[in-house]
Write a protein that binds this ligand. Structure first.
Ligand SMILES: *Cc1c(COP(=O)(O)O)cnc(C)c1O
Length: 215
């Protein structure tokens, strides 16, 4: 199981501590912020071997920067976005590793394709050049009910099993965050995306940037 350290809102210095502790894969939601941090870490000589994962909602006008600067995208929810990433991935880079985001709790406010659309979107995405479809991702509704958490994650696992039974060989279940990672691991997560439990509570929008990280 892989640990993705979700470093959104945290300055490069905080990532430096995690890098010193051996962490290499970082998740970010805002393209510009991630590019700036990566450049800052490169300036410090600390960027080698880092793997940047884009995990936030992805709009069409941001796909080029994501295709050029990230190793992974977890949040593909429609074919248009996959098409653009495939067309914009620089051919000299390794294929972009991608996951389809599925809305497993059915909330209108959550991004992700409907579970019933996941297989069709997966097949279409798997056929695109310059991308490698790795699996599925979900962000269920926040809940303290571990039974409910497990049912949401189980749905994602069953979807992956079904898609694989139909001929793909996907190896990634990107599920579980700070508050529900135990349930996700019990249901077979292969990659958990953890921010708060590593770096501490994030700033709210509008608060000044943090000068240091609290670990
Ligand atoms: C912010 C974020 C996380 C990390 O959330 P925590 O609760 O801080 O662990 C994981 N995945 C996605 C998609 C996120 O946006």
């Amino acid at each position: 199981m892989r640990l993705l350290a979700v470093s959104k809102t945290w300055p490069a210095a905080c990532l430096g501590e995690a890098i010193a502790a051996g962490q290499r894969a970082f998740g970010e939601n805002y393209v510009q912020e991630a590019i700036e941090k990566s450049a800052e870490l490169a300036g410090l000589g600390a960027a080698t071997g880092l793997e940047w994962h884009f995990i936030g909602p992805l709009q069409s006008n941001k796909t080029r920067l994501v295709a050029e600067h990230f190793a992974w995208v977890h949040s593909i929810d429609r074919l248009k976005i996959a098409d653009r990433l495939a067309a914009q991935r620089p051919p000299q880079l390794a294929p972009l590793q991608v996951c389809i985001q599925v809305n497993v709790s059915g909330e209108d406010s959550k991004s992700g394709c409907a579970p019933a659309q996941a297989a069709v979107l997966a097949r279409a995405t798997a056929a695109l050049p310059n991308l490698r479809l790795r699996g599925l991702m979900a962000i269920p509704e926040a809940s303290d009910d571990i039974g409910l958490q497990r049912r949401r994650f189980a749905l994602l696992r069953q979807l992956l099993d079904r898609i694989n039974a139909e001929g793909l060989s996907l190896d990634t279940l990107s599920m579980g965050m700070s508050h529900d990672l135990e349930a996700a691991i019990m249901e077979g997560a292969t990659l958990v995306r953890v921010g708060t439990a590593i770096f501490g509570e994030r700033n709210k929008v509008g608060e000044p940037p943090r000068a240091k990280c609290e670990t």
